[in-house]
Design a protein around this ligand. Structure first.
Ligand code: A3P
Length: 281
């Protein structure tokens, strides 16, 4: 569906969102107890949700019978009442893909922004959209058509480049942590330490205990998450999981032509984002 933004523009959202739930999300007053994971889709949101849950629960996985999404409310589908009544101590957890210009960062809450290279995001989003075509009421797409939508910024949640640029303009804010998916994958332990430090000294000390760290790493590994995909992702349908799929860097090489990759590289340079991945060429 398309919703109207506060500036009078329009943005495409999955059909599970509505103008009402979008408005509720952008008007919601977050507090100092709130931790919000903020990403462009397919950037490692679910992985970060699970890591944060584990860090804040002594490395213990989410309880049986609950879904990860029960612990991290998805802002744009929740509605006012659910957002207001969401509980959590000491933190309430949320996640959102709404553009930072539409849902502003506040100065009180803690935000964790995961950023992933656009070529892998495009390929991952392509698979996601096809895997959930029944849920979204769309027909199956070939990669050429999807690629075109992606570079034109016509996918759900709008342009990757606008989205990431708007978020990164806040990179110096003390209450916002930016982390690259590629860095998380290259050195998950360091990423866990970084997130724990950001959440507070207590959590840092807890994950410095090797048993807790081991448990966090074990339960957040791709293999463990894949095994437990029904609990970690509401979007698993007929055993096809759109959010715990392959979990590698460079999957784009199997899908994009050199010309397509060149188009995205050029857009990445134009938006001055290329420096982010200089270590991952
Ligand atoms: P791929 O489709 O490239 O495999 P999001 O949660 O924002 O939708 O992101 C989904 C992407 O994160 C998928 O990428 C998924 O496989 C990857 N992912 C999920 N869990 C992961 C993990 N534990 N380690 C590495 N990547 C993971």
């Amino acid at each position: 569906c398309h919703v109207t933004t506060p500036s009078g523009g329009s943005v495409a959202l999955p059909t599970i969102c509505s103008q009402e739930t979008f408005d509720d999300a952008i008007n919601f007053k977050f507090s100092e107890n709130d931790v919000i994971i903020r990403t462009y889709p397919k950037s490692g949101t679910t992985w970060m949700m699970n890591i944060i849950y584990l860090i804040t629960h002594h490395g213990k996985p989410i309880p049986g019978g609950t879904f990860l999404e029960d612990h991290f409310l998805f802002c744009e589908t929740s509605g006012k009442e659910r957002l207001l009544h969401h509980q959590g101590s000491p933190f309430r957890f949320f996640q959102t893909h709404i553009h930072a210009d539409h849902m502003k960062f506040n100065k009180l809450s803690k935000y964790v922004c995961v950023v992933r290279n656009p070529k892998d995001v495009c390929v991952s989003f392509f698979h996601h959209t096809n895997a959930l075509k029944d849920l979204y009421g769309v027909t199956e797409m070939d990669f050429v058509s999807y690629f075109q939508l992606f570079v034109e910024g016509k996918t759900d949640f709008g342009s990757y480049f606008d989205h990431v640029t708007a978020a990164l303009s806040h990179r110096d804010d003390a209450n916002i942590l930016f982390i690259l998916y590629e860095d998380m994958l290259a050195d998950t332990r360091s990423a866990v330490l970084k997130v724990a430090r950001f959440l507070g000294q207590d959590y840092l000390e807890q994950v410095q205990d090797e048993d807790v760290m081991k448990s966090v790493l074990e339960h957040s590994s791709f293999a463990a998450m894949f095994k437990n995909k029904e609990q970690l992702s509401h979007t698993t349908r007929d055993d096809v999981c759109a959010v715990i799929r392959k979990g590698i860097v460079g999957d784009w090489k199997s899908f994009m032509t050199q010309q397509q990759a060149g188009i995205i590289d050029e857009m990445t340079r134009k938006h001055e984002l290329d420096h982010l991945w200089k270590d991952f060429q």
